[in-house]
Design a protein around this ligand. Structure first.
Ligand code: MG
Length: 379
């Protein structure tokens, strides 16, 4: 009998492979080539990089938004087909924005294990997705540093939790006054002090809307009511989040802010792997860590999101769509930083909300939010 050690590689598809999370995912696969085989890659617009990735990782399938672009080495299939491939072990959802909703829904529907970086889908349809996952056996693994920290702290003890505490760096504008924010440039906003992330999420960090999204995502993923989740400003981004238990004990997860930590954890879950490429966290060198509360009124979009998140209606999807529109307009210099607050607020106010929205209602609401912002600036 032939006895040997066989390494079973996980078959993985990555949606959004040319973005920040997608490229870091591939970097980990480069570090551990025997543990993964890439089955499919998809990109939105970056055809050049996608082609290079296909040539390097030899997936069977690819997808790109533009219908005319083709890559000879692989077969083009739709995102929905890619996430439901029968032999796929891991689906990485690294698409940015509401476009992730339908593929995430499809992957949940077909009972896949999903590494979820696309928080918009959890914000818009979290309750529906979590309920559906219970029925289909799908597993949703968070990859964002804060929900991943919560997940790791909760490991083995889901009961007896009194509170989740999500940390926030405060974004690139944390030391600016409201007055100084009036004429702030996109270049400045896009310089995140601690994390290296995509443009959309970096702007959302500056408004703290990203943190509201993470609170809602965590509430849905871990079944903890919104009222039992706090946010703490922690400029160093070393403590990624904390869990408080009923006996008053706190557990925290610490590392150098590098997205490869939570990405690698999700990719190897339930194992851990040593990776010499990842930076060591030397607390003696860091010396001190700082924490402060979120100042009420400083982040209007955070407050707005938290107040509408309490109800399971279509307003949250409107906010997600409107935010995509304003962030894009701001990055392209079409509106000013503080205009984003006004445009989102105005859009939310004029929406007729739908209670317990269906997937179709959610999609429509987010598109409505996006279009309404554009109508407002045309006037
Ligand atoms: Mg985060």
């Amino acid at each position: 009998m032939d006895i040997g050690i066989y390494i079973v590689s996980k078959k993985i598809v990555i949606l959004g492979s040319t973005g920040s999370v997608g490229t870091q995912c591939l970097e980990i696969i480069r570090n551990f080539p025997d543990d993964f085989s890439v089955l499919g890659l998809s990109a939105g617009k970056n055809f050049k990089l996608l082609k290079e990735q296909v040539q390097e990782f030899s997936p069977k399938y690819f997808f790109i938004e533009n219908y005319d672009q083709n890559i000879e080495e692989a077969k083009k299939i739709s995102l929905e087909e890619m996430v439901t491939l029968e032999d796929v072990d891991l689906v990485v959802m690294a698409l940015s924005g509401s476009i992730g909703l339908v593929p995430v829904h499809e992957a949940v529907n077909s009972g896949k294990t999903i590494i979820l970086a696309n928080k918009e889908s959890m914000v818009m349809a979290g309750k529906m997705l979590v309920e559906k996952a219970k029925l289909t056996g799908a597993t949703i693994l968070p990859v964002d540093s804060e929900p991943s920290a919560i997940w790791q702290c909760m490991m083995g003890e889901r009961k007896n939790i009194s509170k989740l505490i999500l940390t926030a760096s405060g974004g690139s504008l944390r030391n600016y006054s409201i007055n100084e924010l009036k004429n702030i440039s996109p270049e400045l906003v896009l310089k995140h002090p601690t994390w290296n992330m995509g443009a959309k999420i970096t702007v959302d960090s500056a408004t703290l809307l990203n943190k509201a999204f993470e609170v809602i995502e965590s509430s849905n993923l871990f079944s903890v009511p919104l009222n039992n989740i706090d946010v703490l400003i922690h400029p160093e981004s070393i403590v990624h989040s904390l869990v408080e238990f009923i006996d008053g004990n706190l557990k925290a997860l610490l590392s150098i802010p590098d997205m490869r930590f939570p990405i690698q954890y999700a990719m190897f879950f339930p194992d851990r792997k040593a990776n010499v490429e990842l930076p060591e966290c030397n607390l003696a060198e860091l010396g001190s860590l700082n924490f402060s509360p979120v100042i009420p009124g400083k982040y209007p979009l955070f407050d707005m999101a938290m107040s509408i998140a309490q109800n399971n209606n279509s307003l949250m999807s409107v906010l997600v769509g409107a935010d995509e529109a304003v962030v894009d307009l701001f990055i392209n210099g079409k509106i000013k930083f503080l205009d984003m607050n006004y445009l989102i607020e105005k859009t939310i106010q004029s929406h007729q909300s739908i209670k317990n929205p269906s997937l179709e209602d959610i999609k429509n609401a987010s598109e409505w939010g996006f279009n309404n912002v554009h109508q407002l600036i045309d006037i």
